[in-house]
Design a protein. Structure first.
Length: 401
């Protein structure tokens, strides 16, 4: 086991959140370095390893915490209160650990056996440059937007599955050590600057059969893991991959709300007689509206997480219409937080956009992450509307439901 991992017992959610709260001075001190370097400060990573933040979705068999989806999202949100980029890396690394935990034992042992804190950067979009070889597949290609690539131990790469004649018959997720791929530095963006969401590059990398599984089966809740008793790894595939994209937004919204409320008693409103923002009815209403939007975002996103967790605990497949609702709940939650942050920036004033203000960073991080294709609000609404109206899954606009 990695010497940096000092925790041996599974903590309660409250205990883990307490440990993450203790990392806040480190994460906040390093926010500017993380943005300037375009990678999460190593001190942040080390502090969160010690806290256990990278173990939330790793099987307990390997020293992980095997938490519920709701608990995992609470952890991400807590990190995001201090640093959006760090939280995004925690979120995506953990969900990639969940994906790796759907593999058979041999693969799980290779990934987590030596290090339950193993970090994985992944891209689901498939490369078509795949050739069947004895014992597995030979894969080449480029996979843009692999969050956490600069801190990862393993890479998850999407790949097509050809038959013996070379015809594509499926899509799969393959896992290879990071030492077998290279990283192309492509992440130059306005927000989430420090996530290291770069491009993975592979040239004839071997993916053994036991380190890949077909997406078609995963979408139908058929996984390769031999441990059917572990409820977390019965969770519905596409809903998990969708809902985790909203968790960092909750923390960013809370951070923006708390900052504006903390400063309000000490700030006036320019060109008015108000010496304190808190005395303005208009300001009070803006803060109230923003706080309500953030509360609504929590209710929607946690309902989605509970839907997933309850079905997994009962060993039931999440019904199509509920899976579609998870998609809509997530995208709407993200939209609500973005709206709340916009309102808080307006209420706080133009100084929100000063380089020294955390609000402009929170706004950039939320705006960038909130435009991930999987949480586009109009797509979520259409997916859910079609399901509500009885349009079959096969005729919906995406298979990732």
């Amino acid at each position: 086991m990695n010497a940096a991992s000092v925790l041996t017992e599974v903590p309660t959610l409250e205990a883990l959140l307490g440990r993450i709260d203790e990392t806040r001075p480190v994460l906040e001190r390093n926010v500017n370095q993380t943005e300037a370097d375009r990678r999460v400060a190593q001190e942040n990573i080390d502090a969160l390893i010690r806290a256990g933040a990278f173990k939330t979705m790793t099987p307990r068999r390997f020293g992980g915490y095997e938490m519920t989806i709701r608990e995992k999202m609470a952890v991400t949100a807590a990190v995001a209160e201090s640093c959006g980029s760090t939280a995004w890396v925690v979120a995506l690394s953990n969900v990639c650990s969940w994906l790796a935990s759907l593999l058979p034992d041999q693969a799980q042992e290779e990934i987590f056996g030596a290090d339950p804190d193993a970090k994985i950067a992944g891209v689901l979009a498939p490369s078509p440059d795949v050739r069947k070889v004895p014992g597995g597949y030979e894969v080449s290609g480029t996979w843009p937007w692999a969050t956490g690539s600069l801190h990862a131990d393993w890479a998850l790469v999407g790949m097509v599955i050809p038959d013996d004649d070379g015809n594509v018959v499926d899509q799969a997720l393959g896992f290879v050590p990071m030492s077998e791929v290279t990283i192309e530095d492509t992440w130059f963006v306005a927000g989430m600057k420090g996530t290291g969401t770069n491009t993975l590059v592979a040239d004839k990398v071997f993916v053994p059969d036991h380190r890949q599984y077909p997406v078609s089966r995963a979408l139908d809740n058929e996984y390769a893991t031999e441990h059917a008793d572990e409820s977390l790894y019965r969770s519905s595939f596409a809903p998990v991959l969708t809902v985790i994209l909203g968790a960092a937004q909750l923390g960013l919204g809370r951070a923006a709300r708390d900052f504006v409320m903390e400063k309000a008693p000490k700030r006036g409103i320019a060109y008015t007689r108000f010496e304190r923002q808190v005395d303005s009815t208009a300001f009070q209403m803006q803060v109230s509206r923003a706080a309500t939007l953030i509360d609504l975002a929590h209710l929607l996103l946690y309902r989605a997480a509970d839907d997933i967790d309850e079905a997994a605990a009962a060993a039931e497949k999440l019904p199509y219409v509920v899976r579609a609702r998870v998609h809509a709940d997530t995208s709407e939650s993200v939209r609500l937080v973005r709206e709340a942050i916009d309102l808080l920036l307006t209420a706080h004033g133009a100084s929100s956009f000063a380089d020294v203000s955390p609000l402009q960073r929170i706004w950039r991080d939320s705006s960038t992450a909130g435009r991930h294709a999987a949480v586009e609000p109009l797509v979520g609404q259409e997916v859910y509307g079609k399901a509500l109206l009885g349009i079959p899954y096969e005729e919906n606009i995406t298979p990732l439901i």
